[in-house]
Design a protein around this ligand. Structure first.
Ligand code: SF4
Length: 380
């Protein structure tokens, strides 16, 4: 059976002002990196005992900032996966990288040792805007990082861009699009700023000190991205993801296709055997449990059939291809129309979905109002 592996690296140089991901920007003794990877390797071997026969299709090092680690530690974790599981011969191995934490030597080492996809968190192309959102890199560093990666031989590179940022205008976003489409990269992810509690922006927002673009301005930015990127041959294969043909993120597609994956590392989530598990975010607790040879998850939730059907629909609708009705029937022993027969015609009439013989998928308008559509798929 094919599985994905997500490996969480919970360290960052500095916390970006909008970020509530599981990562710490505390100054840590570098020996902690080593202890963390040792624990991760323990966790890998424990999962091998649980799933001796699975084949790994994709590995994704996310964070945090995986590129902050000395590259030999990343490769030690990768080699431990390789030593413990069968790998798909065409495996996709992604590393998230912050342009402010890479150099030629590091990228070269990662490439030579099997990382075949990089995802750069660029977010914006104006240095003052990057500073305003707490990023550590400059646009020159992002330029150099992508150039270096391409020169070394990486042929599958993704860039994240954000919109709706404080002080960002449509013109600034246009510059970002111009910059990215001229980079000859393969994949672009877009993120609208969300204000989260317990972030610098969350606090400034509560104090009325965060000046954001108006709703109309943010909508114009979203419209610009979703209309322009396909014109440059970045096909929108998921609500927020665009790729040249053949360069869709296979790891993320597996999430949206309801496939199983192991989530390794502090704060990581996994999904297998119809349950979702979550590791502790506390790095010391995570290391301690792994060293005691105990699978470290602290939370285990069985996905019952109702929740499974809803999630299958939400995730399926995120993809441009939509919900595969045949797969739905195989999984749930019923036609999707038997459960959602009443809502589908209304959503179609409102121009939010298209319902064909094989698939149900969001229209361009439906992608914009995705949450409204998803809520219709909640079962009573
Ligand atoms: S680099 Fe990524 S994970 Fe780290 S603080 Fe910034 S957004 Fe969050």
């Amino acid at each position: 059976m094919g599985f994905g592996i997500y490996i969480h690296i919970p360290f960052c140089k500095q916390k970006c002002f909008y970020c509530d991901f599981a990562s710490t920007a505390k100054k840590v003794d570098e020996t902690l990196y080593e202890q963390y990877i040792n624990a991760l390797c323990q966790e890998i071997t424990m999962y091998q005992a649980l799933f001796p026969d699975i084949c790994i299709d994709t590995i994704y090092f996310g964070g945090g900032t995986p590129s902050i680690l000395p590259p030999n530690l990343i490769i030690r974790a990768l080699n431990t996966v390789k030593a413990n599981f069968a790998l798909n011969s065409d495996i996709e191995i992604t590393l998230e990288a912050n342009p402010g934490t890479v150099n030629e030597q590091k990228l070269q080492y990662l490439y030579q040792n099997g990382i075949n996809r990089l995802s750069f968190g660029v977010q914006a192309v104006q240095d003052d805007l990057l500073q305003k959102i707490g990023r550590i890199h400059t646009i020159k560093e992002a330029d150099m990082a992508i150039e270096m990666a391409q020169k070394i031989g990486f042929k599958n590179i993704s860039v994240d861009l954000m919109y709706g940022l404080p002080g960002q205008t449509l013109e600034m976003l246009k510059e970002a699009v111009f910059w990215v489409v001229n980079k000859n990269i393969q994949h672009i992810s877009i993120y609208g700023l969300q204000i989260e509690e317990n972030t610098v922006f969350g606090r400034l927002y509560d104090q009325g000190k965060l000046i954001l673009p108006s709703e109309d301005e943010s909508e114009m930015m979203y419209d610009y991205l979703t209309e322009q990127l396909p014109k440059y041959n970045y096909n929108r294969y998921e609500i927020s993801n665009f790729a040249k043909i053949g360069y869709e993120s296979r790891h993320n597609l597996a999430y949206w296709q309801d496939k199983f994956y192991l989530g390794l590392g502090a704060g990581a989530h996994g999904y297998y055997n119809q349950k979702r598990v979550q590791n502790p975010f506390d790095i010391d607790e995570y290391i301690k449990k792994c060293n005691q040879k105990i699978l470290p998850f602290i939370n285990e939730e069985i996905v019952d059939e109702k929740a499974h059907i809803e999630e299958f629909c939400f995730l399926g609708l995120r993809m441009a291809k939509g919900i595969d009705k045949e797969i739905f029937k195989q999984k749930f022993n019923t036609d999707i129309e038997n459960l959602y027969g009443e809502i589908l015609p209304n959503l179609e009439k409102d121009g939010l979905i298209i319902n064909t013989q094989k698939y149900i998928y969001l229209t361009f308008k439906g992608m914009k109002f995705g949450n409204q559509v998803f809520s219709e798929f909640l079962l009573d």
